[in-house]
Design a binder for this molecule. Structure first.
Ligand code: F6P
Length: 356
C-alpha cells in the first residue's frame, strides 16, 4: 500500500485539523493508502527517528475537524535552506530533511501552508523525486490563484464579532474604537470584516490613505450627530502611508495604537485601540472553512493519485481546481483596488482614507 505524508507549515489557523482529516480519509477510503502525519512541519523531519505519526482513519473523528490549531504542530522556524542554528548561524539542512522523508518511505507529500511555506516545500521536494501537492491555508488569504485559503473565513468571522462587540461600548462612551486586525502584507481580513461588521473606516496596505482624510470623515460623522466611530486597520496598513504627509508617518508595527492616539488628538473624541492578534487564528473553524478544508484535502490526494505533483489545489469560481505551483509561488494575492470588496465598502460609505 502506498504511503503518503502530510504536514502543516507556518502559522496555524482554524481548519487545519479538518484538512488533515480529509486527506487521511480520502487516502484510505478512496485509494487504500496509508497517511503519515509529520510533526512540527519541516522541523519534524530533522529528528531521528523522524517525528511522524501514522494517521488511523478510524481515530480521526468529526470532532477533530471542529478543533482549531493543528494536532500535528507547526512551525515557521524550519527553513530547510537557512535553518537557524543555536550559535546564531544559518545552515542548509535540506538534505537531512529529504533523507527524513525517505526514511518514512513516503511516495507523496501534501503540505498545508501559505505562500512562503509552499515555495520552500516545493524547492525542498523538487530534487527528491517525491511528488508534492500544496493546500493553501492562511488567515491572511493572500495565496495566489485561489479565492480562498483555509482559515480566512474563521478569521473574518472573529474580526466581525469583535466589531459587533466594540460598537456598543464605543457608542456608550462616545469613543472612536480602532480595531487592528492581522494580515502580514494584505488587507483581506480588514476589508471583509469592515463591511460585515459595519465599520466607518478601513485602512489597508493596498490603498494609500492619509490620516487627514480619516479625521475629516470622522468629523463629518460627528457633524451629522454620530458620537462614535468604528475604525478597522490592517496591521500592514502602516506600510503604505503617504510620505507627503510626515505627520501621518504611521509605524510599521503598532499601527492600531498609533492611529487611536492620532485620531483622539485630531478629533477631540476619546479613542481606544484593540489589537486582535492571535485570537483570529484560534477558534473552531467556521462551516465555510471546514467545507473548504474538506474539499481541498480530498482533491489534493486525488492529484497525487493522478500523478500530478508540483500542483496546488485551489478554490475558484465555486469549485476546487488545481494550479501548477510555479504559478503560485512568489505571487501573493493582495486586495484588488477595483474589486468587489473595495467597491462595496465605498458604496456603503466606508472611508478608505484615500479621499475626503
Ligand atoms: O500569516 C499569518 C499571520 O497570522 C499574520 O497575519 C501575522 O502577521 C503573522 O502570521 C503573525 O505571526 P506570528 O504567529 O509568528 O506572530
Amino acid at each position: 500500500t502506498r504511503r503518503i505524508g502530510i504536514l502543516t507549515s507556518g502559522g496555524d489557523c482554524a481548519g487545519l485539523n479538518a484538512t488533515i482529516r480529509a486527506v487521511a480519509l480520502r487516502a484510505h477510503h478512496g485509494h487504500g493508502w496509508t497517511t503519515v502525519g509529520v510533526r512540527y512541519g519541516t522541523l519534524g523531519l530533522l529528528e531521528r527517528p523522524v517525528e511522524a505519526v501514522p494517521l488511523d482513519p478510524d481515530r480521526l473523528s468529526a470532532a477533530l475537524a471542529r478543533q482549531g490549531g493543528t494536532f500535528l504542530g507547526s512551525t515557521n522556524r524550519g527553513d530547510p535552506f537557512a535553518f537557524p542554528m543555536p550559535d546564531g548561524s544559518r545552515k542548509d539542512r535540506s538534505g537531512e530533511m529529504v533523507e527524513g522523508l525517505k526514511q518514512l518511505g513516503l511516495e507523496g507529500l501534501i503540505g498545508v501552508g501559505g505562500d512562503g511555506s509552499l515555495a520552500i516545500l516545493r524547492k525542498l521536494l523538487a530534487p527528491s523525486g517525491i511528488p508534492f501537492v500544496g493546500i493553501p491555508k492562511t488567515i491572511d488569504n493572500d495565496v495566489g490563484h485561489t479565492e480562498r485559503a483555509v482559515g480566512y473565513s474563521t478569521a473574518v468571522a472573529i474580526a466581525t464579532e469583535a466589531l459587533d462587540r466594540l460598537q456598543p461600548t464605543g457608542t456608550s462612551h462616545e469613543r472612536t474604537m480602532v480595531l487592528e486586525v492581522m494580515g502580514r502584507d494584505a488587507g483581506h481580513i480588514a476589508i471583509a470584516a469592515a463591511i460585515a461588521g459595519g465599520a466607518d473606516v478601513v485602512l489597508i496596505p493596498e490603498v494609500r490613505w492619509r490620516l487627514e482624510n480619516v479625521v475629516a470623515h470622522i468629523g463629518r460623522l460627528r457633524a451629522v450627530g454620530r458620537t462614535s466611530a468604528l475604525v478597522v486597520v490592517a496591521e500592514a496598513a502602516g506600510q503604505s502611508d503617504e510620505a507627503a504627509d510626515p505627520s501621518a508617518d504611521a509605524p510599521e508595527h503598532g499601527v492600531g495604537d498609533w492611529l487611536a492616539k492620532r485620531l483622539a488628538r485630531a478629533t477631540g473624541a476619546e479613542a481606544r485601540a484593540t489589537v486582535l492578534g492571535h485570537v483570529q487564528r484560534g477558534a473552531m473553524p467556521t462551516a465555510e472553512d471546514r467545507l473548504l478544508a474538506s474539499a481541498l484535502g480530498v482533491r489534493a490526494v486525488d492529484l497525487l493519485a493522478e500523478g500530478k505533483g508540483d500542483h496546488m489545489v485551489a478554490w475558484w469560481n465555486r469549485q476546487v481546481i488545481d494550479v501548477p505551483l510555479s504559478k503560485v509561488v512568489g505571487r501573493s494575492r493582495t486586495v484588488d483596488p477595483d474589486g468587489t470588496l473595495i467597491r462595496t465598502a465605498r458604496a456603503l460609505g466606508i472611508c478608505l482614507g484615500d479621499a475626503v
